[in-house]
Design a protein around this ligand. Sequence first.
Ligand code: S3P
Length: 171
Amino acid sequence: MKNIVLIGFMGVGKGSVAREVAKNSKYITMDTDDLIESMENKKIKEIFQDEGEEYFRNLEKRVSLWLQASVKDTLISTGGGFYKQKNLKKIGVVVLLDSPFDEIIKRIKNHPNAENKLKKRPLLSDLNKAKELYDERRTQYLKVSDIVIDVTKKSVSDCSKELLKKVEKYA
Ligand code: S3P
């Protein structure tokens, strides 16, 4: 099994889909933000506050090199900016979870834990800026991905099934 690298904008549901896939397949799952929080023993929000975004992006780079060298048979969910790593395709099959910006924000706001979801993501604190970031990134996301899953109005379970079906030919 090749690794799967799950990319997409903040709040699109990468973590939920990854957990569902792991429940229904042989994939082990891990998350680049979780790895970074363990490496630094700090929350992402604190890393941004104390050290700044560039420092965080360097940690993402270290993680990407480690993933390429050392990780197999794994579904890797990533932070929304991880797609910029140059070795993305060397890590595994790149799967984009795609949805329009407004739908993503609606999804976050409807979540029972919405406040926390917004608070822990420094780049979502200003929704106008987040929309600009989304517009900037969307074409790049499409460019680097092998597989695109439109998650709009689909259940996590349906997204997970679609993902497993679409990655079959890359196995
Ligand atoms: C970021 C997304 C976040 C996290 C960090 C930066 C981004 O992850 O890595 O706050 O640049 O889009 P999620 O996509 O899991 O929210």
